[in-house]
Design a protein around this ligand. Structure first.
Ligand code: ITT
Length: 197
């Protein structure tokens, strides 16, 4: 594989986590902003479809291989919501805080609060790549009733990690990457690269 890869995301939280991990593997990660890649409509109903849409779009505009991340939170008591709509759960102009408030309101006094993050990573060698590499992983936890921690992004302040007595916003970037949905999916992707190299 080429050592240069464009990261097909506009989410700075993802950029920080993914580039920290990829840089350890001699892969030069370039943000899509370097190529003025505009946002693309995420019209899929699955993480896989949306990740492919984003990777294809960035590869087409940059002329480089691309990695895209489509991810989200699945809450059992909400029948899987917000799912693929996690980034825009509170509406088109939602930010992280509005999404958190919307989720806490939707759950109300509900005591069954199990949830998991999903991450799908797609690597495309070029925009017409007919065999993208697709890796996916989940991370179990439950939704808290109040926010705790300031690290991470998105729903991290209300995601209590299974087996730990803290939210994912109370973990350092390194601690989160070692066990998160994104960290696990990226480990799979790197093993593919090492097998292909
Ligand atoms: P790009 O499409 O540009 O990559 P995005 O934020 O719109 O950025 P997604 O459509 O994949 O990305 O939405 C993912 C949302 O899921 C993200 O905005 C968070 O709200 C949530 N999410 C995903 N991974 C998360 C994590 O590790 N911690 C907290 N929230 C996360």
């Amino acid at each position: 594989m080429s050592n240069k890869v464009v990261l097909a995301t506009g989410n700075q939280g993802k950029v920080k986590e993914l580039s920290a991990m990829l840089n350890q593997y001699d892969i030069e990660v370039l943000p899509q902003s370097d190529f003025n890649v505009p946002e693309v409509a995420e019209t899929g109903t699955t993480f896989v479809e949306n990740a492919i849409i984003k990777a294809r779009h960035a590869a087409k505009i940059s002329g480089l291989p691309a990695i895209a991340d489509d991810s989200g939170l699945e809450v059992d008591a909400l029948n899987g919501a917000p799912g693929v709509y996690s980034a825009r759960y509170a509406g088109a102009n939602a930010d992280d805080q509005k999404n958190i408030d919307h989720l806490l309101a939707a759950l109300g006094e509900q005591t069954e609060r199990s949830a998991r993050f999903w991450c799908v990573l797609v690597y495309m060698r070029h925009a017409d790549d007919p065999t993208p590499i697709i890796c996916q992983a989940s991370w179990e936890g439950e939704i808290t009733t109040t926010q705790q921690g300031r690290e991470g992004f998105g729903y991290d302040p209300i995601f209590k990690v299974q087996g730990l007595n803290c939210t994912s916003a109370e973990l350092t970037k390194e601690e989160k990457n070692a066990i998160s949905h994104r960290g696990q999916a990226l480990k799979q992707l790197v093993s593919h690269f090492q097998g292909l190299a």
